[in-house]
Design a protein. Structure first.
Length: 337
């Protein structure tokens, strides 16, 4: 069946984030301004931190090849990287040192040069735009879905994407957001739909998270989240670098117990708009709930109640409900002001 009416896949240009590596403040500002005015691939380009980046642009004057594909970028905070092993493309500004061998370089003062570069990188970058457009389409059309759903998106006989809400979102390497207009969206049984070789895959939870944090308008947050106590349902299955300091604080606060919207605003110092966006992102990935029966604390109590007294005395103290938040992969060493 077709779960929704075909419509515009994205309410506006989707956003891709660029990390600038090795630049002094003035050249970084000039390149950021160039990116702000760029519309290559029909995207909005913004400078961001390394945690959620879609593209790295390196100051070519400060880069030196060390052999075996390793590059060192000088500056106040030297960085070593191997572009071929990065999860996203790496490009360099000109002039480029002779020790660097790459086809991905451009004049940082030329809009045409930047457009040419980004067009060359379309096979890596366009699928990321399609991922965001898929989520925008679902939200714009009021689609409801659960983690048991798998959606197949087709344009005639051509498979464009598969969205598995308990797994990955896979996108054809040559798909564009415009291809989603008029496409057929069909619910499939898990195991009945497979992504062909060459499709670009990413965790659906990460795709939802990126959309929620990058779109001009946050996804809708049901009104009950501003009235009722909010409970942690589960810790987001995301790399810690994907969460801002405030989002991480929200998860920690909710891990200790439920809080209302007003209480969370007081504890985090966030304004209503910023807090609403953060909660909408957590809601979209299924991390929070207003139903106490679906909370993480309730699940913990049920698991504890399933042990006999003898089993509990043998096992010892009950594990902390903050285990994920204090594990090495989740804890953040420092929190900026």
């Amino acid at each position: 069946m077709d779960p929704m009416t075909a419509g515009a896949p994205c309410a506006g240009p989707c956003t891709l984030l660029v990390t600038l590596v090795g630049f002094d403040p003035a050249p970084a500002r000039r390149l950021a301004a160039l990116l702000d005015d760029c519309s290559a691939l029909g995207a909005r380009w913004r400078v961001g931190g390394p945690g959620t980046s879609d593209l790295w642009i390196v100051d070519g004057e400060k880069a030196r090849g060390l052999g075996h594909g390793l590059v060192e970028v000088g500056g106040a905070h030297p960085v070593q990287l191997r572009p071929a092993d990065m999860p996203h493309p790496v490009a360099f500004t000109e002039p480029l040192h002779e020790s660097i061998s790459t086809g991905h370089h451009f004049d940082p003062a030329s809009m045409n040069g930047l457009n040419v570069l980004l067009t060359q990188l379309a096979r890596w970058l366009s699928p990321r735009l399609v991922q965001q457009a898929l989520v925008a389409h679902l939200i714009a059309n009021g689609a409801s879905f659960t983690r048991s759903n798998v959606i197949e998106v087709r344009q005639g006989q051509r498979l464009l994407a598969l969205v598995d809400f308990a797994g990955d979102t896979a996108v054809a390497a040559d798909a564009t957001p415009a291809d989603l207009r008029g496409a057929d969206w069909v619910l499939r049984e898990r195991g009945a739909a497979f992504a062909p070789p060459g499709f670009r895959s990413a965790s659906t939870e990460q795709v939802l998270w990126h959309f929620a944090n990058r779109s001009d308008a946050p996804p809708p947050l049901p009104g009950r989240y501003t009235r009722l106590p909010i409970h942690l349902r589960r810790v987001p299955a995301l790399p810690v670098r994907e969460l801002s300091d405030r989002q991480l604080q929200l998860v920690r606060e909710l891990a200790y117990g439920p809080h209302t919207f007003v209480e969370l605003a007081q504890r985090t110092g966030a304004g209503p708009s910023a807090l609403r966006r953060d909660l909408a992102a957590l809601y979209l990935v299924g991390a929070i709930t207003c139903d106490p029966g679906r909370s993480r604390a309730t699940r913990d109590r049920r698991r504890t109640a399933s042990f006999t007294q003898e089993e509990l005395s043998f096992i010892g103290a009950r594990p902390s409900t903050l285990d994920e938040l204090t594990a090495p992969g989740f804890a953040r060493p420092t929190v900026s002001a």
